[in-house]
Structure formats: C-alpha cells, structure tokens
Design a protein around this ligand. Sequence first.
Ligand code: HEM
Ligand SMILES: *[C@@H]1O[C@H](CO)[C@@H](O)[C@H](O)[C@H]1NC(C)=O
Ligand SMILES: *[C@@H]1O[C@H](CO)[C@@H](O)[C@H](O)[C@H]1NC(C)=O
Length: 354
Amino acid sequence: MKVSVLALWSAAAALLLVAQAPSAAEASHHGGAGLKLGYYKKTCPGVENVVKYHVAKAIKANRGAGAALVRLIFHDCFVRGCDASVLLDPTPANPETEKTAPINIGLAAFEVIDEIKAALEERCPGTVSCADIVVYAARDASSLLSNGHVHFAAPAGRLDGVVSRAADAQRDLPDSTFTVSELIRNFRRKNFTVEELVILSGAHAVGVGHCSSFRARLSAPPAQIVPAYRNLLSGKCAAAAGGADDPVVANNVRDEDPRAVAAAFPSFLGKLRKARDFLDNSYYHNNLARIVTFNSDWQLLTEKEALGHVKEYAENGTLWDEDFSDALLKLSRLPMPPHSKGEIRKTCRWVNHH
Ligand code: HEM
Ligand SMILES: *[C@@H]1O[C@H](CO)[C@@H](O)[C@H](O)[C@H]1NC(C)=O
Ligand SMILES: *[C@@H]1O[C@H](CO)[C@@H](O)[C@H](O)[C@H]1NC(C)=O
C-alpha cells in the first residue's frame, strides 16, 4: 500500500512539474484527456472574453472571417491534432508548411488569430497557446454566426506543435473530389463516424469556395446538380480559369448575389437571404435540392446511412445545432501524435527559438 501511495505522489509531483514548465512539456496524447475547462482561470483571467471580443469585431466587419475561423479548426485539428501547426508560415528552413499545401487553398483569418495572440501576449505573456486560440475562436465564430444556437464550453490546455508539413495536410484532409467511401474512410481515420461526417459537412452553410474546388461540377449531370445552378456557377467561373485570380462563389446558394441568381436561376430568388453566412441547417436543404457546390457535398446523398442523416438534419435544425456543437468539441480534442514536442509560441506564425 505504501509503495502505491508513494507512486501516486511522485506521479502527482511529475504532473505539477509539467504544468509549471509547459514550454518543455511533451504533449498529452490521450485523446485530449488533459484538457480542462477554465484552464487559464488563474494564469490569464478573462482570456475567453478577449478572444470573443476580437472574433466579434472581425465578424462585424466581415462575416466571412467567421467562416474562415470555422474552417481553420477543422484544418488544424485533422492534421497532427489541434496544435496550431496550420498557422506556421513557411521559412527558408521549412518552406513547405501546412498552409502552403494545395488542400489548404483559401484558408484565411490568420490575421484575426495574430490580433488575438498579440492582445493576449500583452495581458499574460507566454501563457496562452495558439492551439487554444484557434479552438476558442472557432467556438465563438460558430456561435456568433448561428446567433448563439451553436454553443459549447471549450476545454483548453493544448500546446503548440513545432512540426508543420504540407504533405501531412495533403494526406489527412479530405479533398472535394472524394467519393463518399473516401470521405467515410478519411473521417474514420480520425475516429469520426459517418454521422459526424454529415454533421460537420453542414459547416458549408457558410463561407466561400474557389472555382477550382468544384470545376468538375460544372459538367456534372442534372441528377447531381440543378442545371440552372450549374449555369450560375459556370457564369461566375468563366471570368478566370484557375490561377491566383480564380473567382470564389458562396458555399451557400442562399448567399449568392441576386443579379446572378435573377439571370441564371430566377426560381431561387425568393430563397435568398439578407444576412450572409448564417450558420444553420440550410446546407441539408440545399443538398437534397442538388444545389451545393462541392462534389463531396453531393456525395453524401449516395450512401444510405449518410443520406439518412442528411434528411434528419434537414428536418430538424435544432438537432443539427446541438450535434454540430458536440462534433466541433470532439474535433477540438484531437491530440498531437504521441511524444510530440509542444510549446507556447510567442507568435502564432513561428516556432520559438530554442
Ligand atoms: C467533409 C469533407 C470536406 C471537404 C471535402 C471540404 C472541402 C472544402 C473546400 C474545397 C472548400 C473551399 C476552399 C476554397 O476553394 O477556397 C471548403 C470551404 C469551407 N469548409 Fe470545408 N470541407 C470539408 C469539411 C469541412 C468541415 C468538417 C468543416 C468545419 C467543421 C468545413 C468548413 C468549411 C468552411 C467554413 C469553408 C468556407 C471557408 C471560408 O469561406 O473561408 N469543411 N471546404
Ligand atoms: C482513435 O481511437 C483509437 C482507439 O481508441 C486510438 O488508438 C487512436 O489514437 C485514435 N485516433 C485519433 C486520431 O485520435
Ligand atoms: C428536434 O431535435 C431536438 C433536439 O434534439 C428535439 O428536442 C426535438 O424533439 C426534435 N424535433 C422534432 C420535430 O423531432
């Protein structure tokens, strides 16, 4: 008995040491079990208010920034866990960080994260990880874009990784050309179910996509995309084919500009919305009506279980709000690979000097 008590004490002491020296810590890798609600209560009181203030400000100026933050948590957490590896800028020593990967096309809102980090460094230097900022910011963005319908308490205590490779992003993130089996396998590798694949895809109710991300849809048959909507997209994408000036369109057809809709898809005019980028279950209605942009969206109708969930969430928006909140929380718990090094970065775009 004595021995085990002793062992318990030394384990506790070791934990304490780790907690006091996070910059030298080995990242926790047991499914986010080390994360805690109110993690910064003592070390950086008010941290969540600071994040929310800056996210609200960014969304007020441009709701698209909110969409970008919702995508950012997915693209961070699916690659090496939630470790802010997606934020690292390329350097001469590491010219191909995750953000340079083709799959990360259009990733944005990095300057919102920078602004939050700068404010927090002033308030409590060296304390709040960029990885936690990404999670808090995505949580607040999804809440603000949904008028509070999407909401969850976000545990924290993540460390920032020091590894970021474009090849990892290419390997781990799903591509818009994937079939439903490829999508299911991709999510399965991260322990996400078919249902969660459908739930999380609902994030495409907001934001934008480049024409290069749905090029093949412009010649897909009517069973896959409504011809009038396809014409609308073709018109928008004719402007410039690929390259740096590749046009973007609204992910949610209800956010399209009225003139383009009047010209190509007049029967849809009545369904346009005044407020852009509202995060709700409209994605599922659009999907069943074959008016979504990405092949990966349409693919969800081609598998029995996935289709059942698409219908379920089209029917019950409240259910989606709740399940999307839970799925984002689960996403936020994806851990770094075992034995990864972690630190609290001084600047979210660069690892610290050692
Ligand atoms: C299921 C597999 C998924 C695929 C294949 C996929 C693919 C894409 C593509 C191709 C774009 C447009 C990029 C561009 O051209 O600029 C995009 C945008 C977006 N995605 Fe996904 N995505 C998936 C899942 C998710 C998930 C799980 C989330 C978040 C929970 C998400 C959130 C977003 C958001 C918010 C945007 C708009 C970003 C912006 O406007 O800045 N996506 N996605
Ligand atoms: C998925 O779950 C298995 C079994 O619990 C675990 O070993 C693995 O690390 C998990 N994968 C991820 C990416 O969390
Ligand atoms: C929709 O989902 C909510 C939340 O789970 C549930 O309380 C409600 O009963 C559902 N509504 C319908 C019509 O099934």
